[in-house]
Design a protein around this ligand. Structure first.
Ligand code: DGT
Ligand code: MG
Ligand code: MG
Length: 296
């Protein structure tokens, strides 16, 4: 019946064919189809920044087994950053990422409609892209150290409705980086340079405040914590930046027979790492395009 109609009224062809497909699909539905209704709606609330945070699974053991330097291993941090870069390049709408230790947070722009904002899709894509990149690039960072078993990363999704909330979230992660790194630097200096056992170092640091740890490092070991590398004190922030790139291409100039190689400069967006403070206003004033307006 439908096919007959398509012949008669050509202007309606599209509509009729569509309804034919629909009815044949309806007929093809199995009695099992109802199980779809058990799927939960995990659409992220509109206008909110979507943050996906990944964290290495049992990296206490993973770092030991793979002989990570203590307290910080530059190879491991480099590989984390490389994997996060891959997430930003391969997936859509991540405007900023922040990482330290075995974790990385990815912020999707608040107006993103990627995968209809479904939390499970976003989180699993981030986690799998990150994990496969971590394994894929392993050798580039750990030349002599074989990867002994497949690492895993857990993921969670958190929504932040305002710029203030998002900035406070990122500040929280950077403050955590600072607290942990100051503790770890003091702890391992007491052991590696001070000759203390792990138990003695723990005892020495019990109840100390940040100022006390700074003092121990400075007075006993001549280490000014503020001169430690910013990568370790501040973590890694990845953002998109336009950089000029020289590109060579073949062009045919007017009045000339043959093509000539010409070098032109092009602005290209790239993921760039920063190891700076993101708690204060300066970073955000210097990069005003990262955050969208609060009144969207
Ligand atoms: P989880 O996350 O509950 O599965 O357990 P972990 O063991 O991953 O715990 P977490 O994430 O709180 O702490 C990260 C661990 O990874 C911590 O034991 C120190 C280790 N780690 C991360 N980066 C480095 C590094 O550069 N060098 C060394 N030696 N260890 C590191
Ligand atoms: Mg972990
Ligand atoms: Mg962690």
């Amino acid at each position: 019946m439908l096919i007959l109609n398509t012949r008669v009224v050509s202007g309606c062809t599209k509509t009729l064919v569509r309804s034919l497909n629909h009815s044949s699909r309806a007929m093809a539905k199995s009695k099992f189809e109802y199980v779809r209704q058990f799927e939960t709606d995990d659409t992220c609330l509109r206008n909110c920044y979507i943050v996906v945070r990944l964290d290495g699974r049992n990296f206490h053991k993973f770092s030991e087994k793979h002989n990570f330097a203590k307290p910080n291993d530059n190879r491991a941090l480099g590989l984390m950053t490389r994997s996060a870069q891959s997430v930003m390049e391969e997936l859509e709408d991540v405007v900023i990422a922040y990482g330290q230790s075995d974790e990385f947070s990815f912020v999707f722009k608040r107006t993103s409609t990627w995968f209809k904002r479904r939390a499970s899709k976003l989180m699993t894509h981030v986690a799998s892209q990150f994990s496969s990149s971590y394994v894929f690039y392993w050798k580039e960072y750990f030349a002599e150290q074989p990867l002994l078993y497949p690492p895993g990363f857990d993921g969670r999704v958190v929504l932040y409705p305002s710029n203030r909330n998002l900035r406070d979230y990122l500040s929280w992660r950077q403050a955590d980086c600072h607290v942990n790194n100051l503790y770890n630097t003091s702890f391992w200096t007491l052991i590696q340079k001070g000759g203390l056992t792990t138990i003695q170092a723990e005892e020495r640091l019990k109840g100390t405040l940040a100022a006390d740890k700074n003092e121990i490092l400075f007075s006993d070991f001549d280490i000014n914590y503020n001169n430690e590398p910013t990568l370790l004190r501040k973590g890694t922030t990845l953002i998109w930046e336009k950089r000029d790139e020289a590109v060579t291409k073949m062009v045919k100039l007017p009045n000339e027979e043959e093509q000539k190689e010409v070098t032109v400069t092009r602005g290209r967006k790239r993921v760039c790492p920063h190891h700076c403070d993101i708690i204060g206003d300066q970073f955000w004033e210097e990069h005003p395009d990262i955050l969208e307006r609060d009144d969207c």
